[in-house]
Design a protein around this ligand. Structure first.
Ligand code: MG
Ligand code: MG
Ligand code: MG
Length: 306
């Protein structure tokens, strides 16, 4: 039997990386010994913190998968965030917590729930299949849930996510609040990245009605610290707007302590931001109070106003 390649979305976040590792563990427990954890991009600082803490290596970096091979997709169901050869591979399973944007011409194990994180669903699957969760897997799972929910502060967070973290923290034997804040703070360190890397660390290409857009996000404990790079960030954004023919580039600088985002918006359609949030962009920027979730508080309202 061939391998099963398991991966999440491009520009991987902690959930995508953790989910590829955890799903690989799950598959192996089910007897699929040829499962391989993979990733479609570089590891960010937050994920690096998690992997170091647990003491495991990053999944294998791949760009594509050959015709006919088997894959499992986690933390996305959006073809544009996956491999180029998606239509010629066999999708075995999908486990995700986003909008369903993927069709297959054959039956597939598809588990999607509107919870804050893929790992909350994986936690349920382990329980449903009576598979034991060891300390490392528990630490990985709760890290992803804390990352995606910003320690429960994101409006995407559900009671199920909170319950999962509380139960997992007993297996992981750690204080999830202290650990979670340290992990989120590790992710705010942008010092080793170039401007281009900062703009693409957590960037999603999204078409808002007919407006070709990129919505990128970074976490910070200090908005002014990131805003020191504003002019360099704007040059980088303008370059990408030109190269990719974008109508809009939105860069969200999310304050994980106070739960606000400073937005820098450029492109011919930047005024959608003003309309959507009732703010005035001054020097291309505005504070979006209480906005932390791209999925819940940005994409829907921006689409509506596009
Ligand atoms: Mg993700
Ligand atoms: Mg996720
Ligand atoms: Mg995210």
């Amino acid at each position: 039997m061939g391998k099963t390649y398991i991966f999440g979305h491009k520009n991987p976040d902690t959930d995508s990386i953790v989910s590829s590792i955890v799903m690989t563990n799950f598959e192996k427990k089910l007897g699929n010994t040829d499962a391989v954890a993979c990733r479609l991009g570089a590891i960010n600082k937050e994920t690096e913190y998690v992997l170091n803490y647990v003491g495991i290596e990053a999944p294998e970096l791949i760009e594509d998968v050959a015709d006919g091979e088997e894959i499992i997709i986690v933390d996305t169901a959006n073809p544009s965030e996956l491999i180029p050869n998606l239509s010629n591979v066999k999708i075995k399973k999908i486990v995700d917590h986003h909008q369903v944007l993927l069709n297959t011409s054959y039956p597939v194990f598809y588990r999607a729930e509107p919870v804050g994180c893929t790992e909350t669903i994986m936690y349920k699957l382990y329980n449903e299949y009576n598979i034991e969760i060891d300390k490392k897997i528990a630490t990985l799972m709760l890290s992803a849930i804390i990352s995606d929910t910003l320690l429960f502060k994101s409006p995407t967070c559900t009671e199920t996510d909170i319950k999962a973290v509380k139960e997992l923290s007993k297996i992981a034997e750690l204080d999830y609040e202290t650990y979670g804040m340290d992990m989120l703070k590790a992710g705010t360190d942008l010092s080793s990245f170039t401007i281009e890397q900062i703009l693409s660390l957590d960037a999603k290409a999204i078409t808002l009605k007919d407006k070709k857009s990129v919505i990128a996000q970074v976490n910070t404990a200090s908005i002014p610290d990131v805003m020191k790079m504003k002019s360099e960030l704007e040059s980088g954004m303008n370059k990408m707007i030109e190269e990719q023919g974008l109508d809009l580039f939105m860069f969200l600088i999310t304050d994980i302590v106070n739960s606000n985002s400073q937005v820098v918006a450029l492109g011919n359609s930047a005024s959608i931001v003003e309309k959507a949030y009732g703010v005035k962009l001054e020097n291309n920027t505005a504070l979006l109070k209480g906005v932390v979730s791209r999925k819940k508080q940005v994409v829907p309202i921006m689409t509506e106003n596009a």
